[in-house]
Design a protein around this ligand. Sequence first.
Ligand code: BMA
Length: 389
Amino acid sequence: MISCLFVFSFNTGVAKRIVRINLLQPIDSVYKSTSNNLPSDKQASKQTKTLYFNLKKLQQKGIMFGHQDDLAYGVGWKYVPGKSDVKIVTGDYPAIYGFELGRIELDHSVNIDSVPFDSMRNYIRTVYARGGVVTLSWHLNNPLTGKTAWDAAPGTVASILPGGEKNDLYKSWLDKVANFILSLKGKNGEQIPVILRLFHELNGNWFWWGEDHCMPDEFKQLWQFTVSYLRDTKNIHQCLYAFNTDRFNSKEDYLQKYPGDKWVDVVGFDIYQREGGEKGNAQFVKDMDHMLTMIEEIAADKKKVPALTEFGYAQVPDSTWWTNVFYKGLDHHKISYALAWRNAGFNKVGDAEFYVPYKGQISEKDFLKFSKEPNILFQKDVSKMHLYK
Ligand code: BMA
């Protein structure tokens, strides 16, 4: 049962309608014991199993709002402790946070977007201590050519599979990812659960693991090898694995390279709005709604957690986009989370990359309104749920 109450927030100066969840209700032990609610890693840590179970349970309450690199930087600022564009505008932090591992494979101390890995570790500890959720992406370089993730050289996937000329190199990269993940510990020394989003947007052609660059079997082998290496060889038992495509047309299309239920916990997709105006907005609502319906059906069928793993409308150039477009496509769906991409800010030539509003941005008020929807969850909502207990 969900009910609403209004709380006046001194931060934002507005009444926030918050979702009151029956927090005292014990987790249904029958529900908890069924294998449907266990993650793919049968040896997953207690906190990881609990998180997985709670991610499923939480879908009945609402959708967690997420933001990539939220604590690291925003539009016009970088590395200010406690700062967050989402919090400045809504009065609360996101419920789920994305962080990016790109360049860890090269032993760099900062990631592909200049975030120091040491700071990232601290952000992740902070998020976990508050009861929030962490998801990690990895724009790993091309192991065959040594260039970036966007260097879609043919044969890269085949080259890193067992027996391939770059398999050892790839394993050494996974060792570095493993070291980072294993270094994520809570205050009692427990491993912090993370949703590892591997080889994202696999049905696009822009990454070396993309659609035309490997056969379905090769992709499946790559996925299974990677998960097995991290889980069984490196003994990592704090990961949930997210499989995610870009836009897709049908369930068959979505599942073409799906590695199998034993290897996946979260099923999702990424979607960006590219065209504005009434026509563009209507099309986006329709597309998103359709794909969310399909992802919910796939998740229900496979007993997985459905999510909108990445979304955005670059620079949000529409003052009512949040309530009039995004929420319209999202509202009646039951997914676990929706993660907005990063607020990289302005570059030297004045171009900006951001996906959530900052103070003064034209969609600021509308984002605040969207954040008050009872089924859109932020940090305070999930902290009360004790997702790891
Ligand atoms: C892309 C862009 C890039 C960034 C990369 C990895 O979508 O945001 O600027 O470097 O993701 O985070």
